[in-house]
Unconditional design. Structure first.
Length: 394
């Protein structure tokens, strides 16, 4: 900007000097104006921004790496849970949980045949055995008005076997569910549940059996027993809290990170099954209700305050403070917030004051050619796939 201002002033200034020279009768000796040099281009905005951070996840509640670290220092699973959920007590819970299988985007519920298979009316409770020579697949589809569950068998073609009023579910000790992306094995019942969009597939399964498909996905199965037990109790409590405090109609929990990741019977491991059995029915409670036991991979050495009094911000000496680096491009930022125009600058404006880099980013300012906006650190992290909000720009 300096060179453009200078160039703009040269002509008026020369004219003024000429007037003064004439007025003073040539008494002044004025050197000739210097020739205008080449223009200096304004500095270009960065095309990418490098970041350095710590932790992995939202940092609220239990750090899974912290649980492993605490177990390595001889802490029991209850001591670990006392640290991460202070003020909660030991309680018990049982029953079943209804898990939405999000990978099934069709209205049909398709499974492989197996010995002892039956289909059950959810409304009436009546069951019918399913056995057909040459059967390759079984399925349930809804009628056009969604009021009837149609049961079909595939041998060389699909054949209608039975119409069941309302919802229906396949029942067996385990069931192989065929999905658009492959197949997975589940324990418990697989239900064709009525939803706003038609039908969803829901796995109705005993609470501790459900955990067998959660714990080895959420925490490495080879970790220390106390850490695995802490994870089992946290996951069980989280599911009970979701089941008892949300109203999602035909299901209780998602099988994704919207609740906690669940992959059915195919991921079960002996070590995590042992941890679930060792803590059978155990949960954490607060004021007599299942606690909201959030957890994440690593908190970077400092937990984040959550929405409950037992989700506190505090230093965590158990967490190994896992560090990371990343790069985000100006194009990625613009794609997430197109109204800013071309991105000119990005900076952290506010932090929570806890942990590395002065704390987690709570407000990030994005300056563009169209406008400047402030977004939350969580929104910035989510939109750009960052590991945590505990970061700084290099």
């Amino acid at each position: 900007m300096r060179s453009s201002v200078r160039t703009a002033l040269v002509a008026p200034l020369a004219a003024l000097v000429a007037v003064l020279v004439a007025a003073l009768g040539g008494l002044l000796v004025v050197p000739p104006a210097p020739a205008a040099g080449p223009q200096v281009a304004a500095a270009a905005a960065p095309t990418s921004y490098s970041l350095q951070g710590a932790g992995y996840g939202h940092g609220v509640g239990m750090s899974q790496y912290g649980a492993q670290g605490a177990a390595g220092k001889g802490r029991s699973h209850r001591q670990i849970l006392d640290f991460y959920y202070p003020g909660t007590a030991v309680g018990t819970a049982n029953g079943s949980v209804r898990v939405l299988i999000t990978a099934e985007t069709r209205t049909a519920l398709v499974i492989s045949p197996r010995p002892g298979l039956s289909v059950r009316s959810v409304d009436a409770g009546t069951s019918w055995p399913l056995s057909r020579t040459g059967a390759k697949l079984w399925r349930i589809t809804p009628s056009a008005d969604n009021s009837i569950s149609r049961v079909w068998v595939y041998t060389t073609s699909w054949q209608l076997v039975r119409n069941i009023p309302g919802e229906a579910e396949f029942v067996s000790t385990s069931l192989r569910l065929h999905l658009p992306t492959g197949s997975l094995v589940y324990r418990g019942n697989l239900r064709s549940a009525v939803s706003e969009d038609g039908r969803d597939v829901v796995n109705v399964v005993a609470l501790d059996v459900y955990l067998r498909g959660v714990v080895p996905i959420e925490m490495p199965a080879l970790w220390r027993p106390a850490a695995l037990r802490a994870q089992a109790v946290a996951a069980r409590t989280y599911a009970v809290h979701e089941r008892d405090t949300t109203d999602r109609g035909h299901f209780d929990v998602y099988d994704t990170t919207r609740s906690q990741v669940y992959r059915g019977a195919g991921v079960e491991a002996r070590t995590t099954n042992d941890a679930i059995l060792a803590t059978r029915g155990e949960i954490r409670t607060h004021e007599g209700e299942a606690a909201f036991t959030q957890f994440s991979s690593s908190n970077g050495g400092w937990t984040v305050a959550g929405s409950r009094p037992y989700l506190r911000a505090r230093a965590d000496s158990y967490d190994p403070v896992r560090t990371w680096t990343d790069t985000v491009t100006a194009a990625e930022i613009r794609a997430a917030w197109p109204k800013v125009g071309a991105v000119r600058a990005v900076q952290v404006r506010q932090r929570d004051g806890n942990g590395a880099h002065g704390g987690r980013a709570t407000v990030v300012r994005i300056a563009g050619t169209t406008t400047t906006i402030d977004v939350t650190g969580s929104a910035f992290r989510s939109a750009l796939g960052l590991r945590s909000t505990l970061f700084r720009f290099n």
